[in-house]
Every structure is written in C-alpha cells, then in structure tokens.
Design a protein around this ligand. Structure first.
Ligand code: IMP
Length: 185
C-alpha cells in the first residue's frame, strides 16, 4: 500500500487518510537501518525500545540492521485519548544493563518531546557509553518544548494530526494497521 491510497473499507469509520503506506514505511526503514548500521559498525549497540507504540517499528528496524545489536524494552505512558496528560511514567527496564553500552532509544512519535526528554535523561544518567535517539515520526508543530534533546534519526516528519497504526494507538486500538493513518475524530 502506498501513501494516499484509499483507506481499506474495514477501517474507514475510524481512519480518514493513509498518511504513510506500508511500502513507503519499508523503503524508508531500509535507508534508516543502513545509516544506523554504518554509524554503529563494531559497537554492538543496544536498542532500547519504548513500549508499546514502538514495537512494530523496532521489530522491522532490528531485522533490517546488518550489524550485531541487542534489544531491551522500557515502558513509557504519557497519553490518555488524544490529548497529553503531561505526566510521563517510565518503568520496566534494568538500567544497569546499559552501563558502558552504546544505546539507541527507539520511540514511535515525538509530539511535545516530553516523553523522549524524560527517557533520554534517565538513560544518559545510567553510565552509558553513548546515547542517541531514533524516532519513527516527528510531528512538526508548535507544541515542542525547548528543552528536548536533538533527535538523531527520524524516519518521517509529519503534520500535527493524530495518527494511528504501525504500532500507534488510539486508546489501545488500531495499533495493528499495517500503515500510518489519520485518526477520524
Ligand atoms: P510527547 O511526550 O508529547 O512527545 O508524546 C509522545 C507520546 O505520545 C508518544 O510516545 C505516543 O505514545 C503519544 N502520541 C503522541 N502523538 C500521538 C499520535 O498522533 N498518535 C498516537 N500516539 C501519540
């Protein structure tokens, strides 16, 4: 499926538009994986995958990498429905596993940047050799906080619309769509 294709009948009541089709996601991920593979040659990085939204992105990216690497998971929760609560909870990771390691944080989407900012600070203070961030989507809007870290790898820049699919949810639904779509609200 390509970007702009009609929304499949089954999802038409909840999704208004195919923003990024599965074919475009796959092409971009291969390029991103080639960049990361070149940058981390011989460094055996650890992908720290931020659940739940990054699970599909991370599994495709991990399989496209051509270098040895490890995968760890953490959980961050900041949203209820379509608006932020402003609170970020982080749990589920043993940070001692990251000591002296080259870490790449894998996040699904940057809106205000608050979630990644909190995660970045926590990982950085864990005695890592280095830390970079890799995000599937960066929303281009006015909501960005000024104190967010630089995002090292970004698959796509998107307009400020609420999106679902390819791991991203609306109250835990629609994560499984094979494309990134605009949520109808
Ligand atoms: P931030 O802290 O404002 O950058 O928000 C980041 C988190 O909010 C992401 O990890 C997602 O869980 C969630 N989020 C932000 N925008 C969207 C969206 O358009 N669709 C689904 N989840 C979103």
């Amino acid at each position: 499926m390509n970007s702009g294709d009609p929304v499949p009948e089954a999802w038409r009541s909840q999704v208004s538009e195919v923003m990024i089709g599965s074919a475009d996601i796959a092409t971009r991920l291969n390029d991103l994986a080639a960049d990361i593979s070149a940058d981390y040659m011989a460094l055996n990085p650890v992908l720290v995958v931020v659940l739940k939204g990054s699970f599909i992105f991370a599994s495709d990216l991990s399989r496209a990498l051509t270098i040895p690497h490890e995968v760890e998971f953490m959980r961050a929760k900041s949203y209820q429905g379509v608006s932020t609560t402003g609170v970020v909870q982080i749990e589920g990771i043993d940070l001692t596993k990251l000591i002296d390691r080259h870490v790449i944080i894998i996040e699904d989407i940057i809106d205000t940047g608050l979630t990644l900012n909190r995660i970045y600070a926590k990982v950085q203070s864990a005695g890592v050799a280095s830390v970079k961030t890799c995000v599937l989507l960066e929303k281009m809007g006015q909501q960005r906080r000024r104190d967010v870290p630089f995002f090292d790898y970004v698959a796509f820049h998107v307009p400020e619309k609420f999106v679902v699919g390819y791991g991203l949810d609306m109250d835990q639904t629609l994560r499984h769509l094979p494309f990134i779509g605009v949520y109808k609200n």
